[in-house]
Write a protein that binds this ligand. Structure first.
Ligand code: AP5
Length: 215
């Protein structure tokens, strides 16, 4: 198994970049945030516990996250290539992931470090809207749908994520700085970091990243 990691604060555009990369490469997109939201919706046993942390913008405990990651990897072929979005998010998760890679003979190819100024992150998150049916992600100003509040793909209604309110967003940014940003040094020491200025347009961010990953 080979993998890349998309590392960046809330609203950096990890999900948006992952969607474009997925369309043009063979990477399987694995978003722990999406998996947790799906678990809550499906009424899975981990759902209620995870929901409490997510609503506050806190991190879901490491053992729960490692459990869903192991389960997802086990479902794929041995030579699958994964693109992790939002995982790992703590040093403990990163170390356990290293152990897992060693156990299964996997290789971490690159860690894409997406940086965006805080004021831009807040604007991106407060304007984000998501399709209730297909999950397509829009932004009211940057990437608006053709008709306000309606998905271009299927005509379904768009909604705002409950953790995209201003108070929770500020907590998510602070959690990122305290618990996730230390991973940048961790992976830089392993010479795995690819720095990306993710304040560019979605198209430019994608083109730069794809070229750097291929180069
Ligand atoms: P998660 O769902 O992973 O949220 P996040 O990391 O906070 O990231 P977001 O999904 O908010 O942002 P994004 O970077 O994907 O940006 P997007 O592309 O949507 O996690 C949610 C919660 O789950 C966590 O708080 C935690 O509780 C829990 N969790 C998840 N993983 C965990 C883990 N490993 N450990 C513990 N807990 C975990 O873009 C944002 C907006 O900007 C959109 O509107 C988009 O259209 C727009 N946009 C994107 N790119 C651009 C661009 N280049 N220019 C202009 N606008 C853009």
């Amino acid at each position: 198994m080979n993998a890349i990691i998309l590392l960046g604060p809330p609203g950096a555009g990890k999900g948006t970049l992952a969607e474009s990369l997925r369309d043009e490469t063979d990477f399987i997109h694995v978003s722990t945030g999406d998996m947790l939201r799906a678990a809550i919706k499906a009424g899975s046993p981990i759902g209620p516990g995870a929901k409490v942390f997510m609503e506050k913008g806190e991190l879901v405990p490491d053992p729960v996250i490692l459990g869903i990651i192991k389960e997802r990897i086990a479902q794929a072929a041995g030579d699958a290539r994964f693109m992790f979005d939002g995982f790992p998010r703590t040093l403990e998760q990163a170390k356990l992931f290293d152990q897992l890679l060693t156990e299964i003979g996997g290789t971490l190819l690159k860690v894409v470090n997406m940086s965006v100024p805080d004021d831009m992150l807040i604007r991106r998150l407060s304007g984000r809207r998501i399709c209730k049916a297909c999950g397509a992600v829009y932004h009211m100003v940057n990437i608006p749908p053709k008709t306000e509040g309606i998905c271009d793909n299927d005509g379904a209604e768009l909604y705002q994520r409950p953790d995209d309110n201003e108070e929770t967003v500020r907590n998510r940014l602070s959690v990122y700085k305290n618990q996730t940003a230390p991973l940048i040094s961790y992976y830089r020491e392993q010479d795995l970091i690819l720095d990306v200025d993710a304040s560019m347009t979605p198209g430019s961010t994608y083109a730069f990243t794809l070229e750097a990953l291929n180069g």
